[in-house]
Write a protein that binds this ligand. Structure first.
Ligand code: SF4
Length: 710
């Protein structure tokens, strides 16, 4: 112990908020209280932390809102009562067994989170797919990344981000499409800011219907109409072709589909595209010239493209710009989807979505199912070929009564799901609900039959994979309060209560080793990686096969050999038509939702940090003064926002940074403040992309009216 500072231990770990995955040094004092600082030796953040990361210790030191003991209610009308772990898990196992026996394995489901550690994801996926015999596991990552996953698979043959964070520093042009990394991925954006400072020739293009903080660095901001991204990407593609700024050799030797793409982008003139997008034709041409002149070109995107009813097509149309220019597999170039959550990518590595198997194997492929079955030592044919229920489908099927039980881990669907009142009706209708969480304030507790207290960040060890394929280790630094347990231990204990073998892991390292072994020989092979290497190197990019003296893989496709059957990338021509709900005289405005700088998801962690609440303390509706004045609404008036599904009441915030006809509301607030009238998902619709099943959060038809003068 250091007597002068009272520091009893110092550990390194990884931030648990966004997909950037910053390294953190945690000091613990003799009273078990921690403080945090950026890890100067970490390859991702090099010592920097954003406001959320910097204040992470408050969420650990303040345990006043923590779930401490398992609880259970014996019937729906009774209050929750404290019970032992054995009682809670025995009852849950008995109910699951009875439902599975009577209604089949698809009568139960697990709804997890991109904030779960990889080991937690691994065991829950193994449990339901390999032993219960259903594919009903999905996660809130479905709400943020699934369109990028499908886009990558269709174009590159694999769900993979091909670049490294270090490519940012050597790019000459970065196209940020539908993202506000200055607020939502701040440390990554600081690397972009530093790159721009060092290289004034670095051109930044931003497309977003809102003028966000990210736009302050932009050389051109394309303030497009919501839902017109594909038209914009096609128009840029057409300019690149007309200006002969495409890489003909790369297209001929390494891609399929260029002719159809050429035909598609020439269907619309640049002038017409500009009119559809609501931007200047000259700005489209300027953006295209920046891309055309670049030696290194990165496309960077997130929810603005993904959270759309045509999210897959938006992804494909953007990735096409990398493919036609040959900007992939070389320094400073490539598509780079930013993950919102810290471990959305790790969850997919273990197959933690309803349509996946471990190591990105395909559920529909019998050989892949058999490989996993043999590895898990279960009878061939146990794993079903049919995909399970996705996030929104689960709650729909709770409503229909086909799904009887749902186990919710580490996520707060009663704030985050679209058309949330329908989702809430599903939980009300559920026969049995298990809630596994850290907080005694999550809204789902109201519907829980069994509550399982989980250990939080710094109270358990494990790994996560960030937006750049960097796998990082998270240390256990302090004890969990009360009887809270690590999520993986809870799932393993339950699996053993169900009578299943293969869940007697001695620790999380053993789970990791099993997961890593199952990746051997796949595109995401990490069989050479273990906790010791991760602790030493802090963050390693996959693949990391064994016996190859690997140092990780910074950049994929350097040999232009893609993961498609013919090794060529697919330039997929897509329709530019948006399929969002139609505007009407009754609902003439487009509502788009998103994050603010200092809050995280549904505020169950950041909401308890005073410093973070000072940035923006309550929900609001951002509205252009033109739209506001037409409705007799002044800045700070309380307004009512109405869609065909519900309403909210929040303050109006005037802003000329948002286009007339578009309004914005943050996603973070919900029921915690006495009323659900600040919950934006009262308004949103449950339309989803037909391939990725990702919801259309960025386009809801609404009307706004004055409710109360300021
Ligand atoms: Fe954490 Fe993301 Fe901030 Fe880094 S940028 S400190 S990972 S919230």
């Amino acid at each position: 112990m250091n007597n002068e500072t009272n520091i009893s231990s110092t550990n390194t770990t990884t931030c648990c908020y966004c997909g950037v995955g910053c390294g953190i040094v945690v000091n613990k004092d003799i009273h078990e209280r921690i403080t945090v600082e950026g890890d100067k030796n970490h390859p991702v953040n090099k010592g920097m932390l954003c406001s959320k990361g910097m204040n992470l210790h408050y969420t650990v030191n303040d345990k006043s809102d923590r779930l401490l003991y398992p609880e259970m209610r014996y019937n729906k009308n009774m209050p929750l009562q404290r019970v032992s772990w054995d009682t809670a898990l025995d009852r849950t196992a008995a109910v699951f067994k009875a439902l599975i026996k009577k209604h089949g394995p698809d009568s139960v489901a697990f709804y997890a989170s991109g904030q779960c550690l990889t080991e937690e994801y691994y065991v829950v996926n193994k449990l339901i797919k390999g032993f219960i015999g259903s594919n009903n596991i999905d996660t809130n990552s479905r709400l943020c990344m699934s369109s990028a996953v499908v886009g990558y698979k269709m174009s590159l043959g694999e769900d993979t981000v091909p670049i490294s964070y270090d490519d940012i520093e050597i790019a000459d042009c970065i196209f940020v499409a539908g993202a506000n990394p200055a607020w939502c991925h701040p440390i990554l954006w600081r690397r972009v800011e530093a790159a721009k400072q060092n290289n004034p020739d670095l051109k930044i293009i931003v497309s977003d219907p809102r003028k966000t903080q990210t736009c302050s660095l932009a050389d051109v901001h394309l303030q497009l109409n919501p839902g017109t991204d594909i038209t914009l990407h096609h128009a840029i593609g057409r300019c690149l072709i007309e200006d002969r700024n495409v890489d003909a050799d790369f297209i001929i030797n390494n891609t399929n589909g260029y002719e159809k793409y050429h035909e598609t982008v020439f269907e619309t003139s640049i002038a017409d595209a500009a009119a559809i997008c609501g931007i200047e034709e000259s700005d489209i041409r300027l953006a295209a010239s920046y891309i055309g002149n670049a030696k290194g070109f990165i496309t960077m995107w997130t929810m603005g493209l993904n959270q759309s009813v045509v999210g897959t097509n938006k992804n494909l149309s953007l990735i096409n710009l990398n493919l036609i220019t040959g900007h992939i597999g070389k320094p400073g170039s490539g598509p780079f989807s930013l993950t919102g959550q810290p471990n959305a990518m790790g969850g997919r590595e273990v197959g933690g979505l309803s349509n996946l198997l471990p190591a990105h194997r395909n559920l529909a492929n019998e050989n892949h199912r058999n490989e996993v079955e043999k590895f898990w030592q279960i009878p061939l044919g146990t794993i079903q070929a049919k995909p399970g229920l996705t996030a929104t489908e689960m709650f729909d099927e709770l409503n229909s009564g086909k799904l009887k039980a749902v186990w919710i881990l580490c996520t707060n669907p009663l704030i985050s799901l679209p058309d949330v009142r329908t989702a809430e009706a599903g939980l009300k209708n559920a026969r049995f609900v298990v809630v596994q969480d850290i907080s005694n304030k999550v809204e789902t507790l109201k519907y829980a039959d069994v509550v399982l207290p989980a250990a939080a960040w710094a109270e358990k060890e494990g790994t996560m994979t960030n937006a750049g394929r960097y796998i990082a280790y998270l240390s256990k630094i302090t004890e969990a309060p009360g009887e809270a347990l690590p999520d993986s231990e809870i799932i393993c204990r339950f699996a053993q209560k169900m009578g299943y073998h293969g869940f007697d892991f001695k620790n999380s390292a053993a789970i990791y080793d099993e997961h890593a072994a199952l990746t051997e020989g796949t595109n995401i092979d990490i069989s050479g990686l273990n906790y010791e290497i991760l602790k030493e190197k802090r963050a390693v990019q996959w693949p990391y096969p064994k016996n190859k003296n690997s140092a990780g893989t910074a950049r994929l496709f350097t040999d232009h050999q893609f993961y498609t059957p013919d090794k060529r990338a697919n330039i997929v021509a897509v329709s530019h038509i948006n399929q969002s709900e139609a505007l009407s005289p009754e609902y003439p405005l487009i509502l788009t939702t998103g994050r603010i700088r200092d809050q995280w998801h549904t505020r169950s962690k950041t909401g308890k940090v005073n410093k973070l609440n000072q940035h923006i303390s309550e929900s609001f509706l951002e509205i252009n003064p033109v739209d506001a004045e037409a409705r007799n609404i002044k800045d700070n008036d309380i307004i009512e926002v109405q869609s065909s599904r519900g309403n909210v009441r929040v303050k109006a915030k005037y802003s000329t940074d948002i286009k007339p006809g578009v309004v914005f509301m943050p996603m973070h607030w919900g029921l915690i403040l006495k009323s659900d009238l600040n919950r934006v998902n009262n308004l949103t619709n449950n339309l989803v992309d037909p391939l990725s099943k990702e919801p259309d959060f960025k386009f809801t038809a609404v009307e706004v009216k004055l409710y109360e003068k300021a």
